[in-house]
Design a protein around this ligand. Structure first.
Ligand code: SF4
Ligand code: SF4
Ligand code: FES
Length: 266
């Protein structure tokens, strides 16, 4: 079995093929470890748990994001680092900039000096609202798969927007003072404005709803759906879709651009 790896070493980028037929491999990550141990010790990649939990080993295989520790390699596979991340060496990327986006969607925790309940317990029903989003392992696969980042590097990106929705549905977070010493009814109903504010620019309205983020997520999280939910809540809270404000819903213009003058008479 032949495996091609996109390498980045000492300022040079090039493809290198490895014959892994004689190596014992069950996963792509095992293949990379075998190559490193038996063929080229300089091959560089990231890994941690080796069991799909830590998110460290995400790469692209034949253009599709996947966790190397969960993927069974096929003959002819081409392995590359994630998109939109500075490559440090070979398959190792710097995730710092992408994960900075999380700081932009941080909620302000409940701060009520009179309250004895700073961290009210949640009911199972409340927990279920954001259980899936909490499973994000920050593998950055969705970020790498998102076409918007190719044209707007400041786009918050799918996992940060999923995180925003996770906080928006968590009743422990609100920008208002709690109405009593008991927990607030719901952050999304009380006042999610700091979170909704944070996702208006370079956020929910820039998404094309292509669904690539959802397709690659190893945790089966659905950032596209979370973005649609944030859009709905934003409209309810009085924010506007800036894409609509650039469109005209007035009388159609049949002027000279189409070579047709409605006042010319028939
Ligand atoms: S649905 Fe939106 S956030 Fe997800 S990949 Fe497409 S453009 Fe990016
Ligand atoms: S949402 Fe899914 S694909 Fe995106 S970073 Fe989290 S686990 Fe990875
Ligand atoms: S090594 Fe942790 S997810 Fe692959």
């Amino acid at each position: 079995m032949k495996l091609t790896v996109r390498r980045h070493q000492e300022g040079k980028s090039y493809d290198e093929s490895f014959d892994v037929a004689s190596l014992k491999v069950t996963t792509l990550l095992a293949a990379l470890y075998e190559i490193k141990a038996k063929v080229d010790e300089t091959l560089t990649f990231d890994a941690g748990c080796r069991s799909g939990v830590c998110g460290a080993c995400a790469v692209r295989v034949n253009g599709r994001e996947t966790l190397a520790c969960s993927y069974t390699p096929q003959d002819g596979d081409r392995v590359e680092p994630l998109n939109y991340h500075p490559v440090q060496r070979d398959l190792r990327v710097d995730k710092a900039k992408a994960q900075e986006t999380l700081k932009k969607v941080l909620p302000r925790p409940i701060q009520n000096p009179k309250s004895k309940i700073q961290n009210p317990p949640l009911s199972p029903k409340e927990e279920a609202l954001f259980r899936l989003q909490t499973d994000c392992i920050l593998c950055d696969s969705c970020y790498s798969a998102c076409p918007v980042l190719a044209v707007n590097p400041d786009f918050l990106g799918p996992f940060a927007l999923t995180r925003a929705w996770r906080y928006a549905t968590d009743p422990r977070y609100t920008t208002d003072e709690p109405q009593s010493d008991s927990k607030p009814k719901s952050s999304i109903l009380n006042s999610p404005f700091s979170i909704l504010d944070a996702v208006q620019t370079n956020g929910i309205w820039d998404c094309t709803l292509c669904g690539e983020c959802t397709a690659v997520c190893p945790q089966h999280i659905d950032p596209k759906s979370d973005i649609m939910q944030l859009r709905g809540e934003s409209l309810k809270a009085g924010y506007n879709d800036p894409n609509l404000s650039t469109q005209s819903f007035g009388a159609p213009d049949f002027g000279g651009g189409f070579g047709f003058d409605p006042n010319a008479g028939f």
